[in-house]
Design a protein around this ligand. Structure first.
Ligand SMILES: N[C@@H](CCC(=O)N[C@@H](CS)C(=O)NCC(=O)O)C(=O)O
Length: 304
């Protein structure tokens, strides 16, 4: 029970609010994405997922978590791993596609990215994959790429991969939500998460001062996981002008790394897949073939 002496209701937001004894689901109102938020799991409707011609079937959207996987797939293809050819299907989370029965069978957590491997190593039944970090490790192990095998280097790549998985929710769900998406600006919440995100940027900056990439001399899945979140922020391409708000140019080593990784052709291609916002020439809603980058971007499709 809330101690109203310690927390006088008139100081709460909205003024007078006192948390009830038992929370109930009502219209929490407002904020971007409020219409898709629910306190329960499971499907809301029957819908099978499409399956294309390649062994790897990706069901995703071009958000930072989705882009981690499309960068990895494009990197694998660029490195000559032909078995990494994939179909990328669009899951429109704003329309609730993540609650379709087929999607929930692949990811019971109803979040993109999710993937099926129809040709797993050693054969047998298809393998379902969810959680972007798990997908990156699975692909790295399947193709023996972008994850060092030497004990110390591998441990370091895993350290930073898991650092990202644990830290980004403070950037997205915390800072991004309260800075850009919440229906009101709450100073306390913005200050709390701005502080944490700046601390995280400083963690990266200090590490990158004497490491070329996150796990050392080699570019790994740790970079692929961190770049779509912290690289975008460093480039002032996240949450409107959040980069300016957080003075991201101060983090010079992150700036250097952000540009090096961002210049990779596979990173540029991966960033286009399942992307539904921004420059139409950089949006490839679905990807089924390498040639789609030349012929099926939104500027070309809309012009047809
Ligand atoms: N930890 C998960 C997070 C995935 C996630 O939060 N996905 C968001 C988009 S970036 C989503 O699908 N949201 C839909 C929803 O919450 O209903 C991962 O890394 O895969």
């Amino acid at each position: 029970m809330t101690d109203t002496t310690k927390f006088p209701p008139e100081k709460n937001l909205p003024a007078g609010y006192v948390p009830p004894k038992i929370w109930k689901w009502a219209d929490q109102s407002g904020g971007a994405f409020s219409s898709i938020n629910r306190p329960i799991a499971g499907p809301t409707h029957d819908k099978e997922l499409p399956v294309g011609k390649h062994p790897l079937q990706l069901y995703s959207l071009g958000t930072p978590n989705g882009v981690k996987v499309t960068i990895m797939l494009e990197e694998l293809l660029a490195a000559g791993h032909a078995g990494a050819e994939y179909d990328a299907w669009l899951i429109k989370i704003g329309d609730g596609d993540q609650f379709g029965s087929g999607f929930v069978e692949v990811n019971p957590n109803s979040k993109i990215p999710a993937m099926m491997d129809h040709a797993p190593t050693g054969g047998g039944a298809p393998v379902r994959l969810f959680e972007s970090g798990s997908i990156l490790v699975y692909l790295a192990e399947k193709f023996g790429a972008f994850l060092p095998t030497e004990l110390r280097a591998r441990a370091e790549a895993m350290n930073w991969l898991f650092w990202q998985m644990g830290s980004a929710p403070f950037l997205g769900g915390g800072f991004g939500h309260f800075y850009a998406y919440a229906p009101m600006k709450i100073e306390y919440a913005i200050d709390r998460y701005a502080m944490e995100v700046k601390r995280q940027m400083d963690v990266l900056d200090r590490h990158l001062a004497d490491h070329e990439y996150m796990a050392g001399a080699d570019y790994t899945i740790a970079d692929m996981a961190i770049w779509p979140w912290y690289g975008r922020l460093a480039a002032n391409a996240a949450y409107d002008d959040a980069g300016d708000f957080l003075s991201v140019k101060e983090y010079e080593n992150v700036q250097r790394w952000m540009k090096t990784v961002g210049d990779r052709p596979a990173v540029q291609r991966g960033s286009m897949v399942n992307r539904t916002f921004g420059d139409p020439a950089k949006q490839l809603h679905e990807r089924h073939d390498a040639s789609d980058f030349e012929t099926k971007t939104q500027d070309k499709i809309s012009g047809q």
